[in-house]
Design a protein around this ligand. Structure first.
Ligand code: ZN
Length: 285
């Protein structure tokens, strides 16, 4: 958390306030907690981008990419608990960065808040960003992947499909929550080895990945019981009320209404699924 839908919601929430504006200042907010990673130092970042105009705000995998008129990209990875906010932070103690824009147009500030301080904020030039994007550290975006590309990227792997879906080098944007949801709707057991998936199963995973991520974006993401994730106006997302299996261990499966949802651990992460809807036996479908 946050995954693709939450980061997309953050980008949509701050975009209108930032695009076309001249950056007056980017400052750190005094904070007693573990500082977020800044590369290079904030002082050096400021020298490069203060006074420039913001040309676009986009999502790249689970990152927020702010493009400046100088060609620089300020790339923020919220990791576990980072949020982009226009106002009203969940608490004042974990504010980290403050953007202030020139001119009278309101709002003229944007904030970055992070409770755990695991976020990173890095400045790239046009060239170094292109290089990074092509470095293979991040695979194709989950919203852009058709069944054929899914097959190409996972079919020779002996890993469990759920584990492969979390590998950002293979597919970018999916995390623990949405992987369970996608596999449930696709009726695929999370422990199925990628190389044993049928064409029909891969097709369903490809289609449901898009469908579920788009649906979650419409609901502005999922705010789990820890309450951490908020949209840019410090409001909860709504998709948590649509979850089918995630964190529903012991509850009746809403699809078959016969079995209860089980929790297993794969690669140190919880996986939730319905043993009836997601039977391990390979079907001809
Ligand atoms: Zn079921």
């Amino acid at each position: 958390m946050p995954e693709l839908p939450e980061v997309e919601t953050m980008v949509r929430g701050i975009r209108d306030t930032m695009i076309g504006r001249k950056l007056k200042s980017l400052e750190s907010v005094p904070c007693k907690c573990k500082p977020i990673t800044m590369e290079p130092s904030l002082g050096r970042i400021r020298k490069k981008i203060e006074g420039s105009r913001i040309e676009s705000v986009e999502r790249f995998a689970k990152r927020i990419v702010i493009r400046h008129s100088t060609g620089h990209r300020l790339v923020i990875e919220p990791r576990m608990t980072g949020l982009m906010l226009l106002e009203d932070p969940p608490d004042p103690d974990h504010l980290r960065l403050k953007w202030t824009f020139a001119g009278r147009e309101k709002p003229n500030q944007v904030w970055f808040w992070d409770r755990r301080g695991l976020a990173t904020c890095r400045l790239y030039t046009e060239e170094s960003w292109k290089e990074w994007q092509n470095s293979g550290k991040v695979g194709p975006d989950a919203l852009q992947m058709e069944a054929e590309l899914w097959r190409e990227r996972i079919q020779s792997s002996a890993r469990a499909v759920k584990v492969a879906m979390l590998d950002q080098k293979t597919i970018a944007g999916i995390g623990n929550l949405y992987a369970s949801e996608i596999l449930h709707v696709s009726r695929v057991h999370p422990e199925t080895r990628c190389q044993q998936l049928t064409r029909a199963q891969i097709k369903r995973i490809a289609e449901n990945t898009k469908a579920i991520l788009h649906e979650a974006i419409r609901y502005e993401g999922s705010t789990l019981s820890d309450g951490t994730y908020r949209n840019a106006l410090n409001k909860s997302g709504g998709y948590q009320n649509q979850h089918r299996v995630y964190a529903k261990e012991g509850k009746l499966c809403s699809s078959c209404e016969k079995e209860t949802v089980v929790r297993i651990v794969q690669a140190q992460r919880s996986t939730f699924f319905c043993p009836l809807c997601q039977s391990k036996r390979r079907k001809k479908s």
